[in-house]
Design a binder for this molecule. Structure first.
Ligand SMILES: [Cu+2]
Length: 67
């Protein structure tokens, strides 16, 4: 199990949180996604480590950017 905290720029409301959570949840092995809107951070727990490219692509897909 691997847990990594990423910083995402551009999230402003619960809709943003839902979009990012949905896209990140689709990555292989992801078991939990916890977004903290106040700090713009996303904690992703997955079966194995995820690359910055994978996470970045999912965040971009949602319409935001990895810091
Ligand atoms: Cu929003």
């Amino acid at each position: 199990m691997s847990t990594t905290t990423w910083t995402v720029t551009g999230m402003t409301c619960e809709h943003c949180v839902a979009s990012v959570t949905e896209e990140l949840s689709e990555l292989p092995g992801v078991e939990n996604v916890a977004v903290t809107l106040e700090t713009g951070t996303v904690q992703v727990t997955s079966a194995g480590p995820l690359s910055r490219e994978q996470v970045g692509a999912a965040v971009t897909e949602a319409g935001y950017e990895l810091a």
